[in-house]
Design a protein around this ligand. Structure first.
Ligand code: A3P
Length: 278
């Protein structure tokens, strides 16, 4: 069940009063050293969140006491106010919806992207298993996904909005991470992220982060600590599913893939974006 606010559909579990919640997020107090990770659901948010925390804390330990509540739009300002810095927030919001004060303080922003076909599959699998309890087929879900009738709005609109925000805010510290590149070459990608964040970049430290944040190690850690994701109490293996590039080929028909490409072209033609599909 979705409610539309500010041109974006939000899930009804998000809050009783989404308009007020979005206003509260906009007015949230920010610190100069806050970091925001902006990602559409299933782009690899938790992976990047863990890496970023390790870099900022200078330790390749998992941050077991922290949970999903660090998602900006799901957390009350009372909880946020009590957090010990460095504070790394996740968010599925658009640039214009982020806390004004964090933006005026030039807080660092990490924007995570992933090829949208793998994201659609990942989200479908999550939605069928979690309390969202989606019961349709993948083809049914894909139709909703293409129409943007999913929580946090259309991936196509989200991507266009972020593309325009990055283009129009030249000079604002926004750093883009591409899931597939992080997967292919974690060492160099994490090292580049460390440079952006201004943390230490020595090889041994970076290697230990990459090891701790490999798919299997991160999954094991989340399972061990019973960290939960999203609405309801469901195990992390719904979120740590496969961690691969190209699984979409096991789900899309050729016709669905072609239609998807067409919608990407229609919506995002102006952006000249390239995604890594395999
Ligand atoms: P799959 O469902 O394709 O496996 P988010 O954190 O934004 O919800 O994204 C979840 C997706 O990121 C899942 O994709 C999950 O497996 C993948 N993921 C999480 N940690 C990963 C890692 N260390 N390496 C590769 N993929 C990872």
């Amino acid at each position: 069940d979705l409610v539309e606010v500010d041109g974006v559909t939000f899930p009804d579990y998000f809050t009783d009063d989404p308009i007020q919640r979005l206003k509260d997020v906009r007015e949230m107090a920010g610190r100069d050293d806050d970091v925001i990770i902006a990602a559409y659901p299933k782009a690899g948010t938790h992976w990047v969140w863990e890496i970023t925390n390790m870099l900022l804390r200078g330790s390749a330990e998992y941050h077991t006491s922290m949970k999903e509540e660090l998602m900006l739009e799901l957390t009350g300002s009372d909880v946020i106010g009590e957090l010990t810095p460095p504070r790394v927030f996740n968010s599925h919001l658009r640039f214009r919806q982020l806390p004004k004060e964090m933006i005026s303080k030039n807080c660092k922003l990490i924007y995570v992207t992933r090829n949208p076909k793998d994201m659609a599959v990942s989200r479908y699998c999550h939605n069928t298993k979690s309390v969202l309890a989606y019961t349709g087929t993948f083809s049914d879900y894909l139709r909703l996904y293409l129409q943007g009738k999913v929580a946090f709005g259309s991936w196509f609109d989200y991507t266009l909005d972020w593309h325009r925000a990055i283009r129009d805010n030249q000079g604002y510290p926004i750093y883009t991470i591409v899931y597939e590149l992080l997967k292919r070459d974690p060492f160099n990608q994490v090292k580049r992220l460390a440079s952006f964040l201004g943390t230490k970049t020595d090889d041994t430290f970076i290697e230990s982060i990459c090891n701790q944040c490999s798919f299997s190690n991160l999954k094991t850690s989340y399972e061990k600590d019973k960290k939960i994701f999203g609405p309801g109490d469901h195990p992390s293996n719904y979120s740590f599913r496969k961690g691969e590039v190209g699984d979409w080929k096991n789900w899309f028909t050729v016709a669905e893939s072609e239609q998807f490409d067409l919608v990407v072209q229609q919506h995002l033609g102006e952006c000249v974006l390239e995604f890594v599909y395999e």
